[in-house]
Structures are given as structure tokens and as C-alpha cells.
Design a protein around this ligand. Structure first.
Ligand code: FES
Length: 148
């Protein structure tokens, strides 16, 4: 039994290694690590959300942000997306940057800032950072309109 389990573990580890090696042909290690284990992934419980917003990018992928805001400060940021690995990394990176910062700071973020923080997305995935930033900006706009 143990032998079979060991064999299976070896098989799974080998498979994971192959998948990661394939991903590293397209993305840097930081991005690959981020999309395999993205901090702030998932919808928090309702009492932990001040406002949420979803946005569909031109590629058809959807992203959603959930922020807890106190006195114009983002105290917690979460996200989900049905997009590609790069969009998972971009969404996660965006939440990491804005947590603990002001709405104004978040409002001024650009897709280039996210791209830089990710050490550079491949050319054909730059728009994934755009998806994260546009989702965030839509949320802040919605919040400001609601607050008046
Ligand atoms: Fe659509 Fe990356 S391809 S967000």
C-alpha cells in the first residue's frame, strides 16, 4: 500500500514539475508561483466586504474585487477571476499592493505598475494587468458614487 502511495506521489510530483517547467517557458518564476498560490484569492464573508465590483475584459475574462474600506483606507482586498494564470497573478499582485493603502493610492495605480511588480508579463499577457486595474478602478468609482 505504502509503495503504491509513494509511486503515486512521485508521479504527481513529476507531473507538477513538468507543468511548472512548461509555464516557465512563458512566465517568470514570480508569476508562476503567484498563480499557483495566489494571496487574497476568494470571496470573503459579507461582513468583511464594503463593496465589490466585477469587470469583463475585452478577452472575455471576468474579474471581481472585494474591498473592505475604512476611512478611505483599504483594510482588506480580495479577488476572483475566471481568467488565465496571468490574470490570477495580476489580480493577486494588485490586492497585495493596495492593502493598507488609501483609495487615492489605488486610484492612481496603472497596469504598468502591476506589470512592473510582476517583473514583467509576456507581451501577449500585458492586458491581464489591465483587467485587474480596470476592475479596481470601476470599484472605486462605484464606491465614490455610493458615498456621494
Ligand atoms: Fe484574459 Fe489573461 S487572457 S485576462
Amino acid at each position: 500500500m505504502t509503495d503504491k502511495k509513494d509511486e503515486f506521489d512521485v508521479f504527481v510530483n513529476k507531473l507538477q514539475q513538468e507543468i511548472i517547467e512548461k509555464e516557465l517557458e512563458d512566465f517568470n518564476l514570480y508569476i508562476v508561483k503567484l498563480f499557483h498560490n495566489p494571496p487574497n484569492w476568494g470571496k470573503p464573508s459579507d461582513e468583511k466586504i464594503t463593496i465589490s465590483n466585477s469587470f469583463q475584459g475585452p478577452c472575455g475574462d471576468l474579474m471581481q474585487f472585494f474591498l473592505k474600506i475604512e476611512n478611505d483606507k483599504i483594510v482588506k482586498a480580495n479577488f476572483i477571476t475566471d481568467g488565465c494564470g496571468a490574470s490570477v497573478a495580476a489580480g493577486s499582485q494588485t490586492t497585495l499592493i493596495i492593502e493598507g493603502n488609501t483609495l487615492k493610492f489605488a486610484e492612481d495605480l496603472t497596469p504598468e505598475d502591476i506589470d512592473k511588480a510582476l517583473n514583467g508579463l509576456p507581451k501577449d499577457h500585458k492586458h491581464c494587468a489591465e483587467l485587474a486595474v480596470r476592475t479596481l478602478k470601476g470599484l472605486i468609482k462605484k464606491y465614490r458614487e455610493k458615498e456621494g
